[in-house]
Design a protein around this ligand. Structure first.
Ligand SMILES: [Zn+2]
Length: 218
């Protein structure tokens, strides 16, 4: 009888172990699987960026897109960190210090990836989206192509493709120790791009997030 009771207790204990796995272990497992992504809403605070014909500031649309990209990536299980989450910025109004601070934040927050979001502007007629990355960095080229592929499915503008930061150096890509890209999601100076970016912001953000997820999963 004693033996039977012991066996029963043993089976019960094993059952408990398998039924209620240690929660800490699950979190450690999830963490080791998922990257930390820093989303950088271009400009902000003293720096409004480009301006539309109707007085919209690039910094505000960048932020709207950035927050939605982050939200979507979080729903996929990634850890998301931001350079800014509002119009109040933590850096000075010196442009180089501003950009360096964004690169420093990527390091400080242990980001695996830095995605900067901007809008283009031109006095001439132009409507396009494009992504700047270092053509010598296979990871960011793959990531950028994956995002462009998702944006293509929205049919809101023209795909101008990838641009090499070795030819056009951009501070947050060139000076970042973390793999970095800069997305120009459309032209704020173009009425059609602007309309889509303002009214279908979530579509643009979801496409960017999906592109990131697909690239990291492959
Ligand atoms: Zn910009």
């Amino acid at each position: 009888m004693k033996k039977l009771l012991m066996s029963f207790l043993l089976i019960f204990c094993i059952g408990c172990t398998f039924t209620f796995p240690n929660e800490t272990n699950i979190n450690v497992f999830a963490k080791s699987k998922k990257e930390t992504i820093m989303i950088d809403a271009g400009h902000g605070g003293y720096d409004v960026g480009a301006e539309s014909n109707y007085g919209d500031y690039e910094k505000d649309i960048n932020l709207d897109i950035a927050l939605l990209v982050g939200k979507q990536l979080k729903s996929y299980g990634y850890k998301v960190v931001y350079t800014r989450t509002s119009d109040s910025v933590s850096w000075s109004d010196d442009n180089t210090e501003d950009l360096q601070m964004r690169c420093d934040l990527a390091n400080k927050k242990n980001a695996d990836l830095f995605v900067s979001i901007h809008l283009n502007s031109s006095e001439y007629e132009a409507n396009e989206y494009e992504i700047y990355c270092d053509f010598n960095n296979k990871n960011t080229v793959k990531l950028s192509n994956s995002i462009l592929k998702q944006l293509d499915q929205l049919y809101y503008s023209t795909n101008r493709g990838l641009l090499d930061t070795n030819e056009t150096p951009l501070y947050v890509v060139a000076n970042n120790e973390v793999d970095a890209i800069l997305i120009e999601a459309g032209f704020i100076s173009d009425d059609s791009d602007l309309y889509y970016l303002k009214n279908y912001t979530n579509n643009v953000a979801t496409a960017i997030a999906k592109g990131i997820k697909k690239s990291l999963n492959e």
